[in-house]
Design a protein. Structure first.
Length: 202
């Protein structure tokens, strides 16, 4: 049987594979394959019974409610500042590609996130939430944005990027990590799915 420690390594392998992929490789296809592989491997190593034991129905429902409220707040904010629009998303190919991307990334990230939290967060939950949140924030933000940090001309632009991008994503991952600790991967998926779907499709 494969070592459970491989579940801790796989997200890093997936992320590095995506970051250093050749330019001719399709980003969505490779990302979907990598994160789906993480999800499948993690599921079989952890086991369905363990995952079921981790799940708490009350936390799952609360996570979904929090996510919906958060999306509503984002929509209200968009009414004042405007929405971005990508017409290619409405095509059949665009919808299918983004759906596969969302599902594979959700499963891979949230199952592995939960394994991190359940392995190290029981005794030191605050430290585990902090470290896992930072780690999955790095996984979530596109590598191109990290590379562009060096191109920012002034400290003000860097501060603006941290305030507009890094801090919101870090906050989402902190809550998702704590939810995963309390309610398992289904709970963190229930929280992240509406938010990620809105960000991708809108």
């Amino acid at each position: 049987m494969a070592s459970p420690k491989l579940v801790l390594i796989l997200p890093f392998i997936a992320y590095l594979t995506i970051v250093f992929m050749p330019t001719w490789v399709d980003f969505y296809m490779l990302s979907s394959i990598c994160w789906f592989s993480v999800a499948v491997f993690s599921y079989f190593v952890i086991g369905s019974q363990t995952i079921k034991l981790w799940c708490e129905k009350t936390i799952i429902m609360l996570a979904a409610v929090v996510a919906v409220v958060q999306v509503v707040i984002i929509i209200d904010t968009g009414l004042f500042f405007g929405f971005s629009y990508n017409p290619t998303i409405l095509s059949f190919f665009g919808l299918t590609t983004n759906l596969v991307f969302i599902v594979s990334r959700l499963l891979g990230m949230e199952i592995s996130r939960t394994f991190f939290m359940k392995s190290y967060g029981i005794k030191r939950p605050a430290l585990a939430v902090a470290l896992v949140s930072i780690l999955y924030t790095i996984f979530t933000i596109p590598s191109s944005q990290w590379a562009n940090l060096t191109a920012f001309s002034t400290p003000l632009t860097i501060v603006e990027w941290f305030g507009a991008t890094f801090v919101p994503v870090l906050t989402q991952n902190a809550l998702a990590s704590y939810i995963a600790l309390l309610g398992g991967p289904i709970a963190s998926i229930a929280y992240m799915a509406p938010i990620m779907s809105y960000e991708i499709f809108m």
